[in-house]
Design a binder for this molecule. Structure first.
Ligand code: FAD
Length: 409
């Protein structure tokens, strides 16, 4: 290796820029260039968390294995080297203050993703790391005498001693083509973190939120608990986004068709729900059943459930038969809706799939087949549920790669 190795990072997103900034600090003499297809670096980072940047998570409520449906084991291991406290410390040292929400999501106190973008840009600049924008890399090949040849859009070929691929989620076939010259077979990329479409008339209740509920994909063991939002196309909210992450592959394979099971009262047993309904029948004998309902439901949703259970809303509790009570109980615990497609994505969307983890050394994130080639960020087959875990994966893997490169020189 030369005294002043040339390191090319492909993709100036969260992982690429963080890796560049760290390399600049760890290897002051190195010649580091980040090649970015877009006109600006970190365009996606600037809109994360609805522009507020959910930079990480405390992991107190969700351990790595639950947070990362793909790559959980590797992340559990890598987080020991660079976890959420380390992320906060790195950015705090550069002036960022943080707030931690009740749901354990961590944001900059400024509530401004651009603060994080500016800090990474400055760290790269201060360390002498060059960012070349409007410079998409269309192919990479290994050279016989070591190093890599990178073809950029206008046919220019750049040579690098070390290459780091940080091109993010492989959401299009064009992005996947970068790997053709390397002979790396990708885990088929499919979307994760999406809402679900349904044809049910529940859509008329758009805007209703019930928290918490349990949603699951029938025919699988996959389920998620959290707030559920009814939208004008179907279902969204944290519970559905989490389920879409766990079931990303199953749903892709079925063409986004299936049955969504909703347990509106998942925190109660069947006996407790029956007791509750019997209690209503005893205490509110002369009231319409539409007027008294479990506190976490809304009146409109309760009416919808009553009518789905084939009971008229002007029936008095005293008139409710045992059979109708059982039907209502079953509707509360095992309501189902046909899934007819994938909805518009919410404000956090990632791809599941990418570079197979079996192809990389789990301690260094270096390619097993191409020494000197590293991967960080979403391009790896690592993705998470919402809550700051996806950015944490970008920081953690970028940190690992920068340190592996330093150790290799
Ligand atoms: C709207 C939205 C909001 C989100 N909010 C959050 C959040 O609050 N918290 C959280 O944890 N996660 C969030 N995510 C997910 C998170 O943004 C990603 O997981 C994270 O950005 C991945 O970082 P990355 O560096 O791997 O990829 P990216 O940030 O996608 O960066 C990849 C870069 O590579 C460039 N590139 C691609 N191909 C080439 C090529 N051939 N040559 C050169 N350059 C190339 C791209 O232009 C891009 O700039 C959000 C995602 C979206 C879409």
């Amino acid at each position: 290796m030369k005294n002043r190795p040339h390191i090319a990072i492909i993709g100036a997103g969260a992982a690429g820029c963080f890796c560049g900034a760290l390399l600049g600090e760890l290897l002051p003499g190195a010649d580091v260039t980040i090649l970015e297809a877009g006109r600006q670096p970190m365009a996606k980072l600037s809109i994360t968390g609805g522009g507020r940047c959910n930079i990480t998570n405390t992991f107190k409520d969700t351990g790595a294995l639950k947070a990362y449906p793909r790559g959980g084991r590797l992340m559990e291991h890598l987080l020991k080297g660079f976890g959420p406290d380390d992320v906060c410390r790195w950015f705090s040292d550069r002036g960022v203050k943080f707030v931690c929400q009740e749901d354990q999501c961590i944001f900059p106190a400024s509530q401004d993703a651009m603060q994080i973008v500016r800090i990474l840009r400055k760290a790269c600049e201060d360390a002498g790391v060059k960012i070349r924008c409007s410079c998409p890399v269309s192919g990479i090949t290994s050279l016989e005498d070591g190093g890599f040849a990178l073809t950029v859009c206008d046919g220019e070929v750049l040579k690098a001693d070390i290459a780091v691929i940080t091109i993010g989620g492989l959401s299009s076939a064009k992005l996947c083509r970068v790997f053709e010259g390397l002979g790396i077979e990708l885990v088929k990329p499919v979307p994760s973190l999406f809402s679900l479409k349904t044809e049910s008339s529940i859509k008329e209740l758009a805007g209703a939120v019930v928290n918490p509920v349990k949603v699951s994909l029938e025919g699988t063991k996959l389920g998620a608990i959290g707030p559920l939002l009814v939208t004008d196309w179907g279902f969204s909210g944290p519970a559905v986004l989490k389920l879409s992450s766990y079931a990303a592959r199953d749903l892709a394979e079925s063409g986004y068709k299936g049955t969504l099971a909703v347990n509106w009262m998942y925190d109660c047993t069947e006996e407790e729900v029956m007791d509750l309904l019997e209690g209503y029948s005893g205490n509110y004998r002369h009231k319409n059943i539409a007027s008294v309902y479990p506190p976490k439901l809304t009146g409109r949703l309760w009416n919808f459930i009553i009518s789905k259970a084939d009971i008229k809303e002007n029936v008095k509790f005293a008139e409710l038969s045992a059979k109708q009570r059982r039907r209502l109980c079953s509707m509360l615990l095992h309501d189902t809706y046909p899934i007819t497609g994938r909805g518009r994505f919410k404000d956090e969307f990632v791809t599941c799939g990418g570079v197979p983890l079996g192809q990389v050394n789990s301690s260094t994130l270096e390619s097993r087949s191409h020494p000197g080639l590293y991967f960080a960020g979403e391009v790896l087959d690592i993705d998470a549920v919402t809550g700051g875990f996806n950015l944490q994966a970008a920081w953690t893997t970028a940190h690992r790669v920068a340190n592996s490169i330093k150790e290799s020189i």
